[in-house]
Design a binder for this molecule. Structure first.
Ligand code: BES
Ligand code: ZN
Length: 463
């Protein structure tokens, strides 16, 4: 592959910017919220839009029906280069609280900043449609400029990443011979270190999600007539949840820290060299004090330490006015982020026993699982990581950083376990993209330089 071909692809991307933006806007207008059944047709529409776009690029593409939302699978293997598997997701998070959006979440809006930069505001702009389109635009430019791609490319875009992703593992199994023949997975669902510094994410936390219900009396009760004598499920639940952490921020579930590694000094020093500022990380969201384990830095708290978080809690009367009631039930949703070799099944079991021990004998507690997956780290000294780092460094004229990530991308563990595939986690999101929040946005520079970066990475991997 000569560098003239890469230059032609990069020039094509630069010339095609306006049309690329219009394509992204079309995809962003489809409200593909996977968790809410009311949007199932929109999910099918987003999958169909991607299939049409991929076919237009010359891929053989199909939307495969599943128990849940369709999975888009496409191939273009008309290349002598290595086989790479690209992964992204077309589904998005719900938009509530809708009243906090400054513009309609599904009417993408281009907003110019005073410094001349700009961004697109829309649900899914950063997570993950804007990121998916960076890769498709890079492929489009290669095809337009040279007639073919530098690598054999398989594209897998799912629609349930934000809602449990139950359909994906059986799909991976069914298509294991195609998908597993790739040399590496390119996963575009993470961020840059900052707006000037591209990054390769080398670690993802795992997760365990649990819904618990504490059952007390066999009906809702008058809190005067029974109050004092009858067990209150909300109080019982709140007390148990409050015991999840001690005053040092350590999780109190027995065995919770089994398999949590001490970070090697070399990694801690590399992280220190990134110049992370807890004050600005927390200041940006209106906070000041790192709230996790006191023995670990703020960066470690989000990248390399496990957590227990209550994501929702409800019960009793929460409507207008007041109702003096002792409810029959109280509920909470709790998630754990896992690191190292922490075992999701063991964490789930120990959590359930821990909670059960805090329930009085005449009450009951029941659990519902919402999925789980282990943590994963990438072998980032392998040549493929160095090639990708070099390509990113060339695009930004700034050395690409190797970073951790507090979030979870379940497919990365499944690729490893089911297909033996390592992943290159490269994305162009920024810290202020407001993932999962109102007014999600994606910088135009993320879209444009992201596409140029993929064009370079495809060429670098083919070398
Ligand atoms: N794109 C995110 C993961 C992410 C978050 C990467 C922050 C980089 C920075 C992904 O779509 C996501 O939100 N995943 C969920 C998975 C969960 C539902 C199993 C998460 O991390 O909560
Ligand atoms: Zn995502």
């Amino acid at each position: 592959m000569d560098n003239g071909a890469l230059k032609a692809a990069l020039d094509t991307l630069d010339k095609d910017r306006a049309a690329a933006r219009e394509r992204l806007f079309e995809l962003l207008r489809i409200p593909s919220i996977s968790t809410d059944p009311a949007f199932a047709q929109n999910c099918r529409d987003a999958a169909a839009w991607l299939v049409a776009d991929l076919r237009g690029l010359g891929f053989a593409a199909e939307a495969h029906a599943t128990q849940g939302h369709p999975i888009v699978l496409a191939t273009d293997h008309d290349s002598d280069g290595p086989h790479v598997l690209f992964y992204g997701h077309y589904d998005v998070q719900p938009v509530d609280p809708i009243e906090l959006w400054e513009t309609d979440p599904f009417q993408p809006t281009l907003i110019e900043r005073e410094d001349g930069t700009s961004f697109v505001r829309a649900r899914g702009s950063s997570d993950d449609k804007g990121q998916v389109m960076t890769f498709l635009e890079a492929c489009r430019a290669w095809k337009a400029a040279s007639g073919r791609l530098p690598c054999k490319v398989t594209v897998l875009i799912e629609g349930e990443e934000e809602s449990g992703g139950a359909s994906l593992p059986p799909f991976l199994e069914e298509h294991a011979s195609l998908l597993g023949s790739a040399e590496v997975a390119l996963v575009c669902d993470t961020g840059m270190w900052d707006r000037h510094t591209p990054a390769i994410t080398t670690m993802l936390r795992g997760n365990v999600t649990e819904e618990v219900t504490v059952h007390g009396a066999d009906r809702d009760l008058h809190s005067g007539f029974y109050g004092g004598a009858a067990a209150n499920p909300i109080t019982i639940l709140a007390r148990a949840l409050a015991r999840l952490h001690d005053a040092q921020g350590r999780v109190q579930i027995p065995g919770f820290y089994d398999g949590v590694p001490d970070m090697p000094q070399s990694v801690l020093s590399q992280w220190a060299s990134l110049g992370f500022q807890a004050e600005s990380f927390l200041g940006e969201i209106g906070l000041r004090e790192p709230a996790g384990e006191k023995a670990h830095s703020c960066l470690e708290q989000t990248w390399s330490r496990p957590t227990a978080e209550v994501n929702g809690i409800w019960g009793g009367y929460t409507g207008a006015g007041f109702k003096t009631v002792i409810p029959a039930e109280a509920h909470a949703k709790i998630s754990f982020r896992l690191v190292g070799d922490q075992d999701p099944a063991q964490i789930r079991d120990s959590f359930r026993s821990f909670m059960a021990e805090h329930i009085p004998p005449d009450c009951r507690i029941t659990f519902k699982s919402h999925g789980a997956g282990g943590a994963i780290s990438m072998p980032f000294d392998a040549p493929i990581y160095q090639k990708a780092q070099q390509a990113l460094t060339e695009e930004w004229s700034k050395e690409a950083a190797f970073i951790g990530c507090g979030g979870s991308i379940p497919v990365v563990g499944q690729f490893k376990k089911m297909l033996g595939l390592d992943s290159l986690l490269i994305g162009f999101g920024l810290e202020d993209d407001r993932l999962h929040s109102p007014n999600e946005k994606y910088d135009v520079a993320s879209s444009e330089k992201g596409a140029r970066a993929w064009a370079r990475i495809l060429e670098a991997l083919a070398r």
